[in-house]
Design a protein around this ligand. Structure first.
Ligand code: ZN
Length: 398
């Protein structure tokens, strides 16, 4: 069996953009290296895992890529984020993802990200004092945090307090069943207290004096409890490592029992160390059978409606991916977790292009949504993808 490097470019697929002569960002991008891989490999389209009536989420689609049924295996975004931060989770812990926000005196949200505050540690320390070990806050990237409720009395069956838009009041946390009543009461009382303390926190007074938005409220969502899933190694008998900058993707790697391969300045942002990620993958593949390499920013750019930025970012990936072209006995797989529409500024249900290189070769012009449709791999359900990749790696017999 050949080794496998699976590169997931988050939100890779897109819609045709009028300003790009009706090409998608991937189609419009100059990608000689990806095109070479596509022409000398096998291509197709992946149908992302989508919960009925919803748009695909990154956590569900990633679980599906690795062959795990999201319905059974997804422990909730909170758990994956807390794992991604690097925290050990106890069995009874209820985890949330959270972020600092700015509200006015009537609890109307002014900014869901508190002016993208970075220095959150002093605020977190104060909140952890009032949480008294029952509510534990851990710093994540920027304005984001992971929140753990620790104690057997707590339930994950509670709603979020985040209305996900500005100009409206924060929501009360509601119990979704009788057993969760105490949890909702505890959280609502904590959040009230936290708001009062944050409002007058020296760090926030300093921010206000500097004309910055105070981080005076905590928004919580994605409540969940750790689930046990069969680890990747046990499920497929292949040793897997992961390279990721974004917290969620580190969390997914850890959740499935993959080993973290660290890369300096890998952040999940546009400025991430792409070259370093590919170099480290190239260097480390000798120690693994499989490396999952995640690249985030394409998704964020599309969500901001920045199709030009997405096109340029894909070109940057293409330039650096060349490092992987000379690797022996290794399959390079490039795909996305779902498509993200730069026009809709949201995830979309469109299929995602995929290439697997090297293989028999394809008679296509370039790596794009349109061309991959003609590929010999055809359309694959996301949940069957990993089996297909492993099958092809066995066919290669090297
Ligand atoms: Zn995604």
């Amino acid at each position: 069996m050949k080794k496998i490097i699976l590169i997931v470019i988050d939100g890779l697929g897109d819609d045709p953009i009028p300003q790009l002569k009706n090409k998608t960002p991937l189609e419009a991008a100059k990608t000689p290296n990806l095109d070479f891989f596509a022409k000398n490999g096998i291509c197709g389209l992946v149908l992302p895992w989508i919960e009925k009536g919803k748009l695909p989420t990154s956590e569900d689609t990633h679980l599906a890529i690795f062959g795990y049924d999201p319905k059974k295996s997804n422990p909730g975004r909170g758990v994956l984020e807390v794992l991604g931060i690097g925290e050990k989770i106890k069995k009874e812990d209820v985890c949330f993802r959270g972020n600092f926000a700015t509200v006015d005196e009537n609890l109307i949200i002014i900014d869901r990200r508190a002016g993208r505050i970075e220095k959150t540690q002093p605020l977190i320390e104060t909140l952890n004092e009032i949480g008294k070990g029952k509510l534990i806050i851990k710093r994540a990237f920027g304005h984001r945090v992971g929140v753990i409720l620790r104690g057997k009395e707590f339930s994950e069956k509670v709603s979020s307090n985040d209305p996900k838009k500005v100009g409206v009041k924060v929501l009360k946390i509601e119990a979704l069943n009788k057993k969760a009543k105490k949890t909702a009461e505890f959280l609502n009382s904590f959040l009230d207290k936290a708001h009062q303390i944050l409002e007058n926190h020296p760090e926030n007074i300093k921010r206000k004096n500097e004309g910055l938005l105070p981080a005076n409220y905590l928004l919580l969502r994605g409540a969940g409890r750790l689930k046990r899933v069969e680890k990747f190694l046990k499920k497929y008998k292949i040793k897997a490592g992961f390279i990721a900058g974004g917290t969620l993707y580190k969390g997914i790697g850890r959740f499935l029992g993959m080993e973290e391969i660290k890369v300096k300045r890998a952040t999940g942002l546009i400025s991430t160390n792409l070259k370093g990620k590919f170099l480290v993958a190239r260097k480390n593949i000798k120690n693994f059978d499989f490396i999952f390499l995640h690249i985030k920013a394409a998704d964020n750019l599309a969500e901001d409606g920045n199709f030009l930025g997405k096109k340029e970012f894909i070109e940057k990936i293409d330039k650096e991916i060349k490092i992987l072209s000379g690797l022996k006995d290794t399959l390079i797989v490039v795909t996305g977790d779902h498509s993200t529409s730069s026009l809709q500024k949201s995830h979309s249900k469109n299929p995602v292009p995929i290439l697997i290189y090297p293989f028999e070769g394809e008679n296509i012009k370039k790596f794009s949504e349109k061309e991959c449709k003609k590929g010999r791999l055809g359309k694959i359900k996301q949940i069957q993808l990993i089996k297909k990749i492993i099958e092809i790696s066995r066919l290669c017999q090297k």
